[in-house]
Design a protein around this ligand. Structure first.
Ligand code: ASP
Length: 382
């Protein structure tokens, strides 16, 4: 019941917006009787983000990117639109990579990170290691709007959320996420010569846990995209206003206390209203070493196309990891995934991945409607 109410809270807001008429074209025009249309803007509205932005639907059958596109073409704030997109997987137990039902840490606790950046306002907000709040992206926005800080973490973030009207629950595991956790824990214990989980040291859990999670993904027990899983969504409206939002339950079965790239400006997300936006999903540690979202935006500032800028960042990460067995597969390729979702001020866009291939998509919505497009990548999965 509580779950349904939460869903209605979000979808009700989205439905209200549906009542407003959408502009729906890339160029907004206004014309009085007998007057030539006045061109208001030449920016093409566009939403680009992770694949899970075009997977779940609201009661009207709209996916997240479709909701965001409708909102930006109806004149809503671009950041609110990207957050509305990300709220869908945040509140759904079907998506085990974010919010409610996100895969927990090695102790079985769901801890969440989120970040948002508002291009025109030149402001950003984030939360890290927050617990009990299904939609941390909304808390990130409150941090941005109501404090002079960018990042609140841990209990302070949870207290801030409660004080600002966000519902705080005891446990965000769904039946599905906790079942996956118990399976993972059992396998790690087996790998540890049948010592109990409590007897295993965290270093062992972290190293074996990585392998076991990949093994479970190969067997189809975890969505490969959700070993690391996150949603990032970025958008530009007809006025050229650019915003982005990233939200995650972080790396699954992580060492308790771990925070990844998602809430860190320049890593999980970066927006410059004069240039464009980039956001990330995937192995956060490797993104953090290079602050790839910032790097990508800077490369676009120098004139690179979003795809080239994204591939440049991936090549930097690849070269950095080469030779480190922990990150390589038997073919000598990088085995982890890292993805970037990128758009520029000209509404050019890209989705790029370390490992691509069949089924590796990113989400897009523009005047051609919501869709998945294949990621460009350095390596192809068979
Ligand atoms: N990038 C996020 C993190 O490392 C989650 C992910 O997409 O794996 O926490």
């Amino acid at each position: 019941m509580a779950k349904d109410m939460n869903r209605r809270e979000v979808l009700g807001a989205a439905a209200t917006v549906a009542a407003a008429s959408a502009i729906g074209t890339s160029t907004a025009v206004a014309a009085g009787r007998g007057q030539a249309p006045a061109v208001m803007s030449s920016y093409k509205p566009l939403v680009v983000g992770a694949h899970n932005g075009n997977r779940l639907t609201n009661d009207d059958g709209e996916t997240g990117v479709a909701i965001a596109y409708r909102m930006i073409t109806a004149g809503d704030d671009v950041l609110d639109a990207t957050i509305a997109c990300n709220n869908l997987p945040e509140i759904s137990e079907e998506d085990t990579s974010v919010g409610y039902g996100g895969l927990p840490d090695a102790n079985g606790d769901v801890t969440l990170d989120a970040c948002c950046m508002h291009g025109p306002l030149k402001r950003a907000g984030g939360v890290a290691y927050i617990q009990g709040v299904r939609m941390p992206s909304l808390v990130a926005k409150d941090v941005m709007m109501k404090t002079n800080h960018h990042l609140l973490a841990g209990q302070g973030a949870t207290d801030f959320a409660r004080e600002n009207g966000h519902r705080v629950e005891g446990d965000l595991n769904s039946e599905r996420s906790f079942k996956r956790y118990l399976e993972w824990k059992k396998r790690v214990e087996e790998e540890g010569d049948n010592r109990t989980f409590a007897e295993l040291d965290l270093d062992f859990i972290e190293k074996k846990g990585f392998d076991v999670a990949y093994q479970m993904a190969e067997e189809g027990r975890i969505d490969i995209e959700h070993i690391h899983g996150t949603i990032n969504t970025n958008a530009i409206n007809h006025k050229g206003e650019i915003c982005g939002n990233t939200t995650t339950s972080g790396r699954s079965f992580k060492v308790p206390g771990r925070v990844g790239d998602s809430p860190i400006l320049g890593a999980g997300l970066y927006v410059d209203n004069d240039v464009g936006a980039a956001g990330s999903t995937g192995l956060g540690e490797m993104n953090l070493y290079h602050l790839c979202s910032f790097l990508i935006v800077e490369k676009m500032r120098d004139g690179m196309h979003p795809k080239d800028a994204g591939m440049y960042a991936l090549e930097r990460v690849r070269d950095f990891c080469m030779g480190n067995e922990r990150y390589m597969n038997e073919k000598g390729e990088i085995r982890f995934n890292l993805q970037f979702y990128v758009l520029d001020k000209q509404s050019r866009y890209a989705g790029v991945a370390m490992r691509g291939g069949e089924g590796r998509f990113f989400a897009v919505c523009d005047d051609n409607g919501p869709r998945h497009e294949l990621m460009d990548s350095i390596y192809m999965n068979e």
